[in-house]
Design a protein around this ligand. Structure first.
Ligand code: SAH
Ligand code: MG
Length: 198
């Protein structure tokens, strides 16, 4: 298992796959343990790095993870099999905005880590699948330090992406249904939970 994790880190570095930072995944694994999280939904599997580590944080945890890129999906499947977690990690090859989840399943944790420009859409779509006691964790809210420094960015595409992340942060701050805590860990994380009234 440790060896596979190291292999995945090397692969990600070589192929430029943006896997989660160590401090961030450590934070999420602690959250899973502390809250006895069992049902996890991940948006954006890449090669399975975070899915495997989340599943390994609790022996009773099940992870459904969604990836739209076929090559990454295949790599993810391979890694999940290699570490023997194929009974507890279900990998779905589809655009997360097109997926139809079974409505009766609700999650303790939803981890949003796919296309940064679509964060609000993912949140609005998947909040209906979050348990009353569950949390939505989002990664990359600092986007490599660009968030909050829009004026220094020259590339139009990058600027627009950073703008979307800033809008998502405002969406979370102003949200009437959810309370959100922001953490300056790794590339920036947030934890959103239903407001008490629910
Ligand atoms: N969670 C992974 C990293 C994910 S990187 C880890 O930390 O190990 C983000 C991934 O989301 C990419 O592989 C990308 O192909 C995928 N992605 C982006 N938009 C998506 C969408 N709309 N639906 C499904 N997957 C998406
Ligand atoms: Mg990430």
């Amino acid at each position: 298992m440790k060896e596979l994790i190291l292999e995945m880190e090397d692969y990600a570095q070589e192929k430029n796959v943006p896997i989660i930072e160590k401090k961030s995944i450590a934070f999420i694994m602690k959250y899973i343990k502390d809250n006895n999280v069992k049902n996890i939904l991940e948006i954006g599997s890449a090669i399975g790095y975070s899915a495997i580590l989340m599943a390994s944080a609790n022996k009773e945890a099940f992870v459904t993870t969604i990836e739209r890129d076929e090559e990454r999906y295949m790599e993810c499947l391979k890694n999940v099999k290699k570490c023997g977690l194929d009974k507890r990690i279900n990998v779905v090859l589809q655009d997360a905005l097109d997926v139809n989840l079974r409505e009766e399943i609700k999650y303790d944790l939803i981890f949003i880590d796919a296309a940064k420009g679509q964060y609000t859409k993912f949140f609005e779509k998947y909040k209906y699948f979050l348990k009353d006691t569950g949390a939505i964790i989002t990664d990359n809210l600092k986007f490599h330090g660009y968030v909050g420094k829009k004026d220094e960015i020259e590339s139009k595409n990058l600027k627009s992406l950073v703008e979307k992340i800033e809008n998502y942060i405002d969406f979370l701050k102003d949200n009437e249904e959810f309370d959100t805590k922001f953490y300056d860990i790794g590339d920036g994380l947030s934890v959103s939970t239903w407001k008490n009234e629910k």
